[in-house]
Design a protein around this ligand. Structure first.
Ligand SMILES: [Zn+2]
Length: 245
């Protein structure tokens, strides 16, 4: 089975640290081939540490670990973007999280940067009204050549509406409950939905849980709401097209 994961993390999250080695070992065990990886260490604004983690993970899993540059308002404000871009790391996408204090103009600035770099822009959605898909609609519409990924697709009705309106808009299934994944598939969006898990957030949210079993259950849950042909697209073909692999 070919399986790519469009949404995983490495690094510091609150008091839990997930090392590059741990991520690579886990992805091997879970039989994931390629994975778009974002460092939660960005919440500490320690850019050198983020770069160190990305260097390490790409050395451990060359061609499989695909670094995503998670932007923060402070990074841009402090003029640190160039350092990140010229670090020698091959970035595959940029990411914005609404829990950073972005203005809508700030997010639009990130879209302009992503478009110039010809990299997809991943937008965290859900949890709070200020990062729901509708907030991003005008930005997605005003950059028709730029590919956007609505991480989590929450709330799903908004995500579906925008994906239907905008052919440049994708979504991932990280933390998306399977009834929502089914809705997205039934809405005819099988060509623009990417399998994702948010690993290792399961471990962080339920330390007693068995991450590998949880991971395999997520694969099973997403797969069971679609045909095998649709799963081929969601599990890796859409990912390969988005990232021009
Ligand atoms: Zn995430």
């Amino acid at each position: 089975m070919n399986l790519n994961d469009a949404h995983i993390h490495v690094g510091q999250f609150n008091d839990i640290y997930t090392s590059p080695q741990e991520v690579v070992d886990f992805m091997q065990q879970a039989e994931v081939e390629k994975y778009a990886v974002m460092s939660t260490t960005i919440w500490t604004e320690n850019y050198e540490k983020v770069l160190h983690e990305m260097r390490e993970i790409t050395e451990l899993a060359p061609g499989n670990a695909m670094p995503v540059l998670w932007l923060s308002p402070k990074m841009l404000l402090k003029g640190k973007l160039d350092m990140m871009l010229h670090s020698g790391i091959k970035w595959y996408a940029l990411k914005v999280h609404g829990n950073h204090p972005w203005s809508i103009n700030g997010v639009n600035e990130c879209a302009i940067i992503a478009e110039e770099l010809q990299l997809p822009l991943i937008l965290h959605t859900g949890e709070f009204p200020h990062c729901e898909p509708n907030v991003y609609r005008v930005i997605i519409q005003s950059h028709p050549q730029e590919a956007f990924v609505l991480a989590h697709c929450r709330p799903v009705d908004q995500a579906i509406a925008i994906m239907q309106e905008c052919p440049n808009c994708y979504g991932d299934t990280a933390y998306t409950p399977f009834p929502d994944v089914r809705e997205i598939i039934e809405a005819g969006l099988e060509d623009r939905i990417l399998f994702g898990t948010d690993y290792p957030m399961q471990k962080i949210h339920s330390p007693q849980g068995n991450s590998l079993a949880d991971y395999k259950a997520k694969v099973h849950d997403d797969w069971k709401v679609m045909s095998d042909e649709q799963w081929e697209k969601v599990s890796h073909l859409n990912f390969n097209r988005l990232y021009k692999l």
